[in-house]
Ligand binder design. Structure first.
Ligand code: FAD
Ligand code: MLT
Ligand code: ZN
Length: 496
């Protein structure tokens, strides 16, 4: 489950009937769900994470519709010392979006409107609870797109994306949300609304305040609105899926793709055979199948996006020729999607890994940045460890991820369910391995309640101290998403 699990409850107040009455008055009774009034099943979607690994027992789910309501909730919660978990689509993979104990859940899902789009600059102003795919569909109508795409697009929210600084599939081309989010409106722990909602591409008037909230996992404020710089939607998108015989060949394929595809290259993803096998099993009967005749140890998915379909596909075919031509070819076999249905099926082979490995058993997930040449070493050493411990038949490791960003996802699925022996083999070993290799223990999913105990392996003591100072300044009572990202300050635990 990870090192943060099992944190003792902080010295926060418990929700009483008077407080509940006040919150119901504030939001309207139907926008406050409590365990006493609602079926457990209906509460589970707020209390339990997407993988079913972490589950809290929130004393109430609050569903505000406006920034003013968020502000009133937090002002009151701060006065009454009630802990609060901001929540978007609840698709986070580190347990950040669910309560650990009885924290109030503040769901942003009702705040889902696109407020404005400047069709000249592509700058969109949107409420935090807007689902990523819905925002993208809105933008598509105007010739733009969100500079972010990920497998959870149908459920995750743009506010949650910003709060986790989500990476995803378009990162290689469009970069981080830290670059694309121009402005943020956020509510601080005491209810103050910070209007930093600039719609300007350039603005050097003092500190970059929106950056404080991007990637802060709901610990410094609740994001209520954002302005985002959106690129023009490419007219032509091509997808190709290649097989490689070693990770060395995978790296050469990436290098060649950069040289030959240049400005049209928009994604370079990879999976090993084990990951693909999980997807093929999960997707049996859906039309998603292995597009190649033989099996190979590695696969690379390449996407190009541009404005001229013919030009881009010519480039892609020239790349393919180069990649398959020499004696020790980078690529062993490959297929280029002939139409959109085939393109979607090829993407599914990569995007479906997370779901396939989660439904196959209990999954231990590691999301790390590493120097590219060392990336797959970690998967191989993990397999060796599982083998030495004699659990390789039931604990299956797979490697996949965002090759273009040197972001490895190492998953180990225990087919027999949660297994503490497997966990003991993997942690802290994986995190220490990554730290020694000068990598990051969280490339894109964040820290949540899963990794606060390992933060020091990727952040210096002075950096963690400054994080603590910021947290204490912006949220002195520590009510915002306690137990997440940073360990709860000693003074706030009951044990003290
Ligand atoms: P939640 O899960 O609800 O919350 C995540 C964190 O943000 C929590 O700490 C929460 O407290 C905080 N938060 C949420 N909304 C707000 C707000 N408005 N203000 C302040 N804090 C807030 N992640 C990637 O980076 N790349 C991927 O490629 C990727 N692929 C995924 C694929 C699948 C199938 C799944 C299930 C998840 C994937 N994720 C990926 C993880 C997850 O989708 C992202 O972290 C996403 O950004 C979370 O958005 P959400 O709205 O679901 O946020
Ligand atoms: C992905 O790249 O598929 C996501 O980050 C989700 C995951 O790793 O589970
Ligand atoms: Zn990812």
């Amino acid at each position: 489950m990870g090192g943060g699990a099992g944190a003792p409850r902080g010295r926060f107040a418990a929700l009483g009937s008077e407080e509940l009455r006040h919150l119901k008055q504030l939001l309207g009774p139907s926008n406050v769900l409590t365990p006493e009034e609602v079926e457990r099943e209906d509460l589970l979607r707020y209390n339990q994470d997407w993988m079913g690994k972490w589950e809290g027992r929130s004393s109430a789910i609050l569903k505000p519709a406006t920034t003013q309501e968020v502000s009133a909730i937090l002002k009151y919660a701060n006065e009454k010392n009630l802990a609060v978990v901001p929540q978007g689509g609840n698709t986070g993979l580190v347990g950040g979006s669910v309560p650990v104990h009885d924290e109030l859940v503040l769901s942003l899902l009702r705040m889902n409107q696109v407020e404005a789009l400047d069709t000249l600059s592509g700058i969109v102003t949107v409420e935090a609870g807007c689902v990523l795919e819905q925002l993208d569909q809105y933008l598509a109508k105007h010739g733009f797109m969100v500079p972010l795409d990920l497998g959870a697009k149908g459920t995750c929210t743009i506010g949650g994306n910003a709060a986790t600084n989500a990476g995803g599939l378009r990162y290689l081309r469009y970069g981080s949300l830290r670059g694309n989010v121009l402005g943020v409106e956020a509510v601080l722990a005491d209810g103050q609304v910070v209007d930093s909602l600039s719609a300007l591409r350039k603005d050097n008037t003092g500190y970059g305040l929106p950056q404080l909230f991007i990637g802060s996992e709901g610990t410094l404020g609740v994001i209520t609105k954002l302005t985002i710089l959106c690129p023009a939607r490419p007219k032509a998108v091509n997808i190709a899926f290649f097989a490689c015989s070693s990770f060395e060949h995978v790296q050469r394929t990436f290098s060649l793709a950069r040289q030959k595809l240049g400005e049209v290259l928009s994604a370079v993803e990879f999976c090993d055979r084990s990951a693909i096998d999980f997807v093929l099993k999960r997707e049996a009967g859906t039309g998603v199948r292995d597009p190649l005749e033989e099996t190979y140890p590695f696969y690379v998915l390449i996407e190009t996006s541009g404005s001229d379909g013919e030009h881009d596909s010519e480039k892609l075919h020239r790349f393919l020729e180069a990649a398959m031509s020499d004696g020790d070819a980078a690529v062993q076999d490959g297929v280029v999607a002939a139409d959109e249905t085939q393109a979607r099926a090829l993407w599914r082979l990569r995007e479906g890994v997370s779901d396939a490995m989660t439904t196959a058993g209990y999954v231990y997930k590691y999301d790390v940045s590493l120097p590219l040449p060392r990336m797959y070493e970690l998967v191989e050493e993990t397999r060796q460890k599982l083998q030495e411990a004699g659990v390789e038949a039931t604990a299956k490791a797979a490697g996949y991820g965002h090759l273009g960003d040197a972001n490895l996802h190492l998953n180990v699925t225990s087919l027999t369910g949660r297994d503490d022996k497997v966990l003991e083999l993997l942690e802290p070993w994986v995190f220490e391995w990554v730290s020694k290799a000068n990598g990051s223990i969280s490339a894109e999913h964040g820290i949540g309640q899963c990794k606060p105990h390992f933060l020091h392996l990727s952040k210096s003591e002075s950096a963690v101290a400054l994080m603590r100072t910021l947290k204490a300044t912006m949220d002195p009572k520590g009510i915002l998403n306690p137990y997440k990202a940073l360990r709860l300050q000693r003074a706030l635990t009951q044990a003290e």
